[in-house]
Ligand binder design. Structure first.
Ligand code: SF4
Ligand code: SF4
Ligand code: FES
Length: 289
């Protein structure tokens, strides 16, 4: 077997990288963070507090919040986990717009007065300070049955082989699989602002994602939730949800496609031919008693 060659970065690339990194983290001045403070269990009303933080070109809003919590005021509450735009937990209102704190550089949002204003997501109850309460949001997500439903439960639980899904079928829902459940879309939706029970862009886009999946046979079950007074017909396609989505999911498009599916269904058209299970290449395991 040929020996693996050692890969060495050319010295000029290493030098350039160090230089760029130094430039990125060089302090460039102080920014004032104006933060919404509210603990519903203890406070009579919300109030604002201000904190000055030295930032560099590379400082994100989440970096600044972590600095405030670690060095200035440990009582400031917010949610985060991955720090790379994947878990969806750090969504908040940054200068009035729904954004991920870990994906937003301070220099990109700071105004002329050197202030960044942070508050919890609109259209959500406040858990504490910048952390919103996602209980209702996840109830709505759960209500649309965001999983593949098959009528043949024996095949589902004791599969004989994979389900057939050609690339063009996968392409129909691929963009909607990118949802990280950050809640930014629901927060930006004017319908959700006036109807607390409205399912909202995240749940409805996921209803479409699973209903158009050719392995799924559960559209009738989802209809009971999506074809209602608080379902997809409440959406008037303002698309503010898609405008703020940090993953380019375009939930507004998903909702309009979902409406199309319902109309097709009511007119008696077939949605798609459900995927068949392909014969197994190896013998499936015997059912365990
Ligand atoms: S659709 Fe976009 S904005 Fe809405 S929850 Fe998913 S990732 Fe967030
Ligand atoms: S397109 Fe529909 S779901 Fe999106 S913001 Fe507008 S009303 Fe809300
Ligand atoms: S911390 Fe995970 S998306 Fe920001």
């Amino acid at each position: 077997m040929a020996e693996a060659k050692e890969f060495v970065l050319p010295p000029e690339v290493i030098e350039e990288t160090i230089k760029a990194s130094k430039e990125l983290w060089k302090p460039i001045g102080k920014v004032k963070f104006r933060i919404y403070r509210y603990n519903p269990k203890e406070d009579y009303a919300p109030h604002w507090e201000e904190y000055d933080v030295e930032v560099s070109k590379g400082t994100t809003v989440l970096d600044a919040l972590l600095f405030i919590k670690g060095e200035i005021d440990s009582t400031v509450s917010f949610r985060y986990s991955c720090r790379m735009g994947l878990c969806g937990s750090c969504a908040m209102m940054i200068n009035g717009k729904q954004m991920l704190a870990c994906q937003t550089r301070v220099v990109d949002v700071v105004g002329e007065k050197g202030v960044v204003e942070l508050r919890p997501l609109d259209n959500f109850p406040v858990e504490r300070d910048l952390a919103a309460d996602f209980t209702k949001f996840f109830e709505k997500h759960k209500a649309v049955k965001p999983y593949i439903i098959r009528r043949d439960e024996v095949e589902l639980n004791y599969p004989t082989g994979p389900y057939k899904q050609p690339p063009d079928e996968y392409a129909k829902f691929y963009q909607f699989t990118d949802c990280i459940k950050c809640g930014a879309c629901l927060s930006a939706c004017p319908t959700a602002a006036t109807d607390y029970e409205y399912l909202g862009p995240q749940a409805l886009a996921q209803a479409y994602r699973y209903s158009i999946d050719n392995r799924d046979e559960g559209f009738n079950e989802r209809l009971a939730v999506i074809d209602t007074a608080h379902g997809c017909w409440r959406c008037h396609f303002a698309a503010s949800c898609s405008d703020v989505c940090p993953r380019g999911v375009d939930p507004a498009q998903g909702i309009q496609l979902l409406k199309g599916l319902i109309i097709k269904k009511k007119l008696g058209y077939k949605m798609h031919r459900p995927a068949e299970a392909l014969p197994a290449k190896v013998k499936p395991k015997e059912k365990e008693e």
